[in-house]
Design a protein around this ligand. Structure first.
Ligand SMILES: *Cc1c(COP(=O)(O)O)cnc(C)c1O
Length: 335
């Protein structure tokens, strides 16, 4: 199973006018802080609030005309992408999720007309349920990351970056299952092999980071995190994204809940952007100064904006937050 640059170009035609050409905006604050020109790729501006619509649309377009409906497992944002794409085609969609998925994301998916199945407290259990539905109800399965069409869809971001700014030297990408980072790295490096691509995960359950270190899929315990959209494993039978990340990612690094909080605050108070935890890890990594040999211009993928508003208001006003049994101490924003 492979993805090629041609697949990404084809995906571009599929998503055109619906999920493409998100803004690439300068961040004067991050430029000053890092001493390198920093640009933010705002996937928060997608109609579903996250990049996953790209992959969902591209996968949906490849289904036969007589398909009965679709199913997927999701940490929330893929489910919204699939629900949106299914509605556009008038198809039934069933989204399988774990109980760790924030209520706000469940409600958005239902509002798009999809059915939601909550099963267990892990992505694995949600995945098992989507496989069951595919087998028993004849629904087409749209995987969240380990699928060539999904990866090609996400990879269109890399193409847009290079087209807008051929001089980009570093791309910093949130990393979970690796569809986003793998697709972007493939697209960007096809155009310019010298580009560095760095994947960033939260330190509480970084499945791809650990799997890359081990050379095979590693299971992680799923715990509540500000970066809920990055939770879950890469699949014990991973077929595509582990290899893609091995081939094309130059580095991976981890950020803490505190560092994600600081990034969400900086994005809000400096860039005036509302970004969910999983979408903020790239900025978090930049702010820590831990990206080795950082060269500019730097493009940071700001991957999503879907969050719990009440929790976000607490976070930006410096109140404590309880993430499962982890107490994230509040801290007011300090420029
Ligand atoms: C899914 C998701 C990611 C990670 O994408 P992968 O392809 O699983 O690595 C990053 N940010 C947000 C907001 C997401 O929803």
């Amino acid at each position: 199973m492979t993805v090629t640059f041609a697949d990404i170009l084809a995906a571009r035609n599929v998503i055109r006018g619906v999920a493409d050409m998100t803004p690439l905006v300068p961040s004067p604050h991050l430029t000053e802080r890092t001493g390198n020109e920093v640009l933010l790729k705002l996937e928060t501006m997608q109609p579903t609030g996250a990049f996953k619509l790209r992959g969902a649309l591209n996968a949906m377009a490849a289904l036969p005309d007589d398909v009965e409906g679709v199913t997927c497992c999701s940490t929330g944002n893929h489910g919204q992408g699939v629900a949106y794409a299914a509605r556009a085609r008038g198809l039934r969609a069933v989204v399988c999720m774990s109980s760790l998925v924030p209520r706000a994301k469940v409600e958005r998916i239902e509002a798009l007309g999809a059915e939601v199945h909550i099963s267990g407290a892990s992505q694995d259990e949600a995945d098992t349920e989507s496989l069951r539905l595919a087998a028993e109800e004849g629904l087409a399965l749209i995987p969240p990351f380990d699928d060539p069409r999904v990866v090609a869809g996400q990879g269109t971001i890399g193409f847009e970056l290079i087209e807008a700014r051929p001089d980009i030297a570093t791309i910093v990408v949130p990393l979970s299952g690796g569809g986003l980072a793998g697709g972007i790295a493939l697209a960007a490096k096809s155009a310019n092999p010298a580009i560095r691509v760095v994947g960033v995960s939260m330190d509480r359950g970084p499945a791809m980071h650990l799997s890359l270190a081990a050379g095979h899929p590693v299971e992680v315990e799923e715990v509540p995190s500000l970066a809920d959209s990055l939770g879950g494993g890469i699949g014990s039978d991973n077929r595509l994204t582990l290899g893609l990340c091995q081939a094309h990612l130059d580095d991976t690094l981890l950020v803490s809940e505190e560092e994600i909080r600081d990034a969400m605050q900086a994005l809000f108070f400096e860039d005036r952007l509302v970004v969910e935890g999983g979408g903020s890890v790239g900025v978090a990594a930049l702010l820590t100064g831990r990206i080795a040999d950082l060269a500019g211009p730097v493009a940071v993928i700001v991957s999503g904006r879907n969050l719990d508003t009440a929790e976000f208001l607490k976070l930006i006003s410096g109140e404590d937050l309880l993430l499962g049994d982890y107490l994230l101490k509040g801290a007011p924003y300090e420029p």
